[in-house]
Design a protein around this ligand. Structure first.
Ligand code: 9MR
Length: 600
């Protein structure tokens, strides 16, 4: 039996259907759920919304009971018939037990004789996820040993890609043929995902998200949860907030990717550095024998560098002014270089040994970089670049399906909406209104669905869970701007989806919930293929359902799936089940938000 098949069999083992729901799940569905009562399996906050989805074709409301661990009925009520959920194709009801605000462990929701997975209700529900989702980045570090004292023996490993054989990088890396005739030290940074590539555009959005998480918490007065000595990283105790230390590990790498003065394309950023050919799974980072290569500079990478280095200048200033100064100088140089080379596009075809991260639309990246440079400096030239950009007023900056590494105008919009800046008051008001309007759109999307997911049924793309998390960030930003509780509730319901209230009755975050993703695609956390290696550490977010079925395992096992069910917890399914820095970063942003007890 193949490992994939084994997973499929294990997951179908407990298949159960709600009364009247026959046919809603097929017995051959490899990820079929074990109960029709779907909840956030990690749990709920005492003061948060508490909703569950029940798969049933019953046309009338059903009775529900909330049972405590002792079996006593703690609360009861009637479901609301929702009808067909487009993304899953299931007939659904919703049970709302938000009025129950007591705490405890081992609750279950019972509907029509079916019980949900057990869950907690407690105020500190998201504290561990806040730290574990951030610890993911230390685990992914390149160019430094991952210390057993910090992560435990099974996750410890020697430094990868420091020029120690059999590694051939990353201390003196040549370019691909014809790109440059020198080598560059591009050590450090985070591995992107399950592969060992390091890509500037994806590093960019990930750094921005972590640093924005800190900046948001600081404005909210809650930054101490992300402060010094809150993470198990080597820099703890250095007086700098740990989340910024972690972001700096990548920022240093991004700055190393800048073409030096005196060279062709000086000031631009190389698009990416990765293996010359794809390695197999498993491959431990320190045992990767492939030659490493720098790929042609791109405008998108250069603008990612400009944006994140400018954000660094603004946010690091109180903690390390010299570093902030250096960041600003790099950002300015990158901006100028991008203006001189506005159409150097990374091609789709460049996907041997690493992902392409192709992008031929970079006006959004110009907008984002201009917004960050303006927020950092207040200078007129950057303000003009902001206000003359079509993205400054376009509704397309904040779409229903969400922003991502390729579509970054939203990042600029969010910065301008939240960071004090010199735009005219009316313009700032308009920018803020665009964020709350987008958030209202996400709330409407959620209300129309059986599972309250903040993406539409056509939004289940590669990495759909990050579209969910990024839209939830927009909603959380609307909460920060307005204080309106419905936005906070929607953020928490988005977490419910990720943590088990979904058509697969599965938590996409390793270690959270009764049934969770544990075989994500990764060259070191490859336990499914090699029992001596670990599973992904707790707090790792799977990419999630991808109706495009863009890998052979997904194609073999998921044909005909409803969009929200196009997922398999198999290490071979890189298009539904990888982990990446740009997916864990928004999870960490949201976990920090959800862990705060200060919402009035
Ligand atoms: O997240 C990326 C997704 O948006 C693209 O559709 C996909 C195909 O180009 O690539 C994804 O990124 C992968 C990258 O190319 C290589 N490292 C792993 C990333 C996640 O699967």
């Amino acid at each position: 039996m193949t490992a994939a098949l084994l997973t499929a069999v294990l997951l179908t083992g407990g298949l159960a259907l709600a009364p009247g729901a026959a046919g809603a799940q097929s017995a051959v569905d490899p990820a079929a759920a074990t109960t029709p009562v779907r909840v956030n399996q990690a749990g709920y906050l005492p003061d948060g919304p508490k909703r569950a989805t029940i798969v049933t074709a019953a046309s009338e409301p059903l009775n529900w009971q909330l049972r405590s661990a002792s079996g006593a009925t703690a609360a009861s009520g009637r479901t609301v018939v929702h009808g067909t959920d487009a993304a899953s194709g299931e007939a659904t009801h919703v049970a709302d037990f938000s009025a129950f605000r007591k705490t405890g462990a081992g609750f279950v929701l019972v509907v029509g004789g079916w019980s949900s997975a057990p869950f907690d209700i407690r105020a500190n529900l998201y504290d561990t996820l806040r730290t574990e989702s951030l610890a993911f980045f230390y685990h992914q570090r390149s160019g430094t040993p991952i210390e057993a004292s910090l992560v435990g023996p099974s996750y410890a490993r020697p430094a990868g890609h420091l020029g120690v054989a059999p590694n051939q990088g990353d201390t003196s890396v040549p370019c691909q043929a014809g790109v440059c005739d020198y080598t560059q030290d591009v050590r450090g940074g985070w591995y992107d995902a399950g592969d060992h590539g390091k890509y500037v555009v994806n590093g960019g959005i990930s750094v921005w998200t972590l640093v924005d998480s800190f900046a948001r918490a600081k404005r909210a007065g809650t930054a101490s949860a992300l402060g010094d000595s809150t993470l198990r990283i080597p820099e703890r105790g250095n007086g700098v907030p740990d989340i910024l230390d972690e972001a700096r590990w990548e920022l240093d790498f991004l700055m190393r990717m800048q073409v030096p003065e005196g060279r062709p394309y000086a000031g631009m950023a190389f698009h990416k550095i990765h293996d010359a050919a794809w390695t197999g799974i498993p491959t431990r980072p320190e045992l990767d024998p492939q030659p490493r290569e720098l790929h042609r500079p791109s405008t998108a990478a250069t603008l990612n560098l400009a944006a994140t280095a400018a954000q660094c200048a603004r946010v690091f200033r109180p903690y390390d002014s010299a570093y902030a100064k250096r960041c600003l100088s790099v950002a300015r140089t990158a901006w100028t270089a991008a203006q001189a080379n506005p159409a150097l596009y990374a091609p789709d075809s460049d996907s041997t040994g690493g992902g392409p991260y192709n992008d031929t639309q970079v006006t959004d990246d110009f907008y984002w970089a201009a917004a960050e440079l303006y927020a950092a400096t207040g200078e007129r030239a950057y303000r003009d670049a902001v206000t003359s950009s079509p993205w400054h007023t376009s509704a397309d900056a904040l779409t229903a399906t969400g922003f991502n590494w390729a579509d970054t105008a939203a990042l600029g919009r969010l910065t301008l909406a939240t960071v004090p800046n010199g735009l005219p008051t009316a313009d700032i008001r308009r920018v803020r209104a665009s964020v709350t309007a987008a958030a209202d759109g996400h709330l409407a999307t959620m209300a129309g669905q059986g599972y309250a997911v903040p993406i539409p049924a056509n939004g289940y793309v590669w990495g759909s869970n990050s579209q969910v998390t990024n839209n939830a960030i927009v909603v959380a930003t609307a909460y920060a701007l307005t204080g309106q509780q419905r936005y906070r509730a929607a953020v928490l319901e988005s977490m419910d989806y990720l943590l088990g209230r979904n058509t697969l009755d599965l938590s996409y975050v390793t270690g959270y919930g009764d049934t969770y993703a544990r075989n994500q695609h990764h060259r070191f956390w490859a336990h499914q293929y090699d029992a001596s290696l670990p599973n992904p550490p707790a707090g790792s977010l799977a990419g999630g359902p991808n109706s495009g079925l863009q890998d052979p395992v997904a194609q073999e096992h998921l044909a005909g799936c409803a969009p929200a069910a196009c997922y398999i917890d198999d290490i071979g399914s890189y298009s539904t089940n990888e982990v990446t820095i740009n997916w864990n970063a928004p999870l960490a942003w949201l976990a920090a938000f959800a862990s705060e007890r200060r919402h009035g």
